[in-house]
Design a protein. Structure first.
Length: 141
């Protein structure tokens, strides 16, 4: 009976030692996980700031280009009115300018769609990460 009790105590001590060791490993792993999530959030945040900055620059450039386009359009109309050019030629020049403007507008729309798509992807990925971190926090792993 004493031998069994001694054996049981040894097993209990070994299990306690294993438990403490595993508990320490779990704590270390949790800290590493938390650090990874923090670094991930920081990098996502810095990417957002960078993309916001780029978006502001693009918006300013778009305003400047729009203003320049308006000025150029007025100047072209004044030139065409003051220069003795055949009416057909004037219409042809205006048509080619309108085509060029339409191409630029289409390119702007395409860029806006791409920007919206990238923003949507980013938000989806951020939501997934947030859901995973909540799930991990709730389960304790």
């Amino acid at each position: 009976m004493k031998a069994r009790l001694s054996l049981a105590r040894d097993n209990l001590e070994q299990l306690n030692t294993d438990y403490e060791s595993l508990k320490k490993k779990l704590d270390i792993t949790r800290k590493e996980r938390d650090e990874l999530y923090q670094r991930f959030d920081e990098s996502i945040s810095s990417m957002c700031k960078a993309s916001d900055c780029k978006n502001l620059i693009l918006e300013k450039r778009l305003k400047i280009i729009s203003n320049e386009l308006e000025v150029a359009s007025v100047q072209v109309n004044e030139i065409l009115q003051n220069v003795p050019i055949d009416i057909n030629k004037t219409a042809e020049i205006k048509s080619s300018i309108k085509d060029m403007i339409n191409e630029k507008n289409n390119e702007i729309r395409r860029l806006q769609v791409n920007l919206a798509s990238e923003k949507k992807k980013y938000e989806q990925e951020r939501n997934i990460v947030n859901e995973e971190s909540v799930s991990v926090a709730m389960t304790g792993f």
